[in-house]
Design a protein around this ligand. Sequence first.
Ligand code: HEC
Length: 169
Amino acid sequence: MQRGPVLDGLPAWYLELQLRKFLAGVRGCNPENRSEHLMGSGISLLRTEADFEVAVKLFSEKPPQDHLKTIRGDVGRGRQLFTYCATCHGFDGRGREEVKAPPLTVQEDWYLYDQLVRFKAGLRGGTAADPEGFLMHQAVLGLNTQDFRDVVSYVNDELAGRSSGRNDR
Ligand code: HEC
C-alpha cells in the first residue's frame, strides 16, 4: 500500500489533466484537503514544459503496480451501484477519455474510497474552476460511505481482479 495515488500505468491524458490542475492551483491550494496540499508544493519541481512531458511519459508507460486490499464491502450491491458510474468510467472501469473520466482499475481501493469522500465533501471538485471534478462532485452527492465501500469493493474485486489481494492481471 502506498500513501498517495498510483501514478504508474495511468493514461497520459489523465496525468496531464491532473498535473495541469495542480500547476494552475485548481487542485492543491485548499489547506483543508491536506494530501492535495502536499502535492500542491510538490508540483513546483516541474519547472518547464519539458519536465512536465517527461513526467507524464515516464509514469504512463510504466506497468500498473501491485495492490493491497483494505476496503471490504458488499460486491453485489457495488455492482448495481456501478451501473451509474459506468456511464462515465465505462462498464469495464477502464475510463473514458471523451468525458475525462479516469480508469478506476489502477488506484488502490483505499485511495478510491478516500477520493469519493473528498469529492462528496467538495474538497475535490467543489468549484466550477474544476469542471471535471465538479461533475464528479455532483455524481456522488446522493451516495453515502457504505455505498462508497460497496462500489469500491466491486471495482477492486471484479473489475481490477484483485479479490486475492494482489493485482493478478
Ligand atoms: C457524470 C460522469 C461521472 C459519473 C457518473 C461518475 N464519475 Fe467518477 N469521475 C468523473 C470525472 C470526469 C472524473 C475526473 C475528475 C477530475 O478531473 O478530477 C472522475 C473521477 C473519479 C475518481 C478519482 C480517480 C482518481 O484517480 O483520482 C473516482 C475514484 C471516481 N471518479 C469514482 C466514481 C464512482 C465510484 C462513480 C459512481 C458512484 C463515479 N465516479 C461516477 C466522471 C464521473
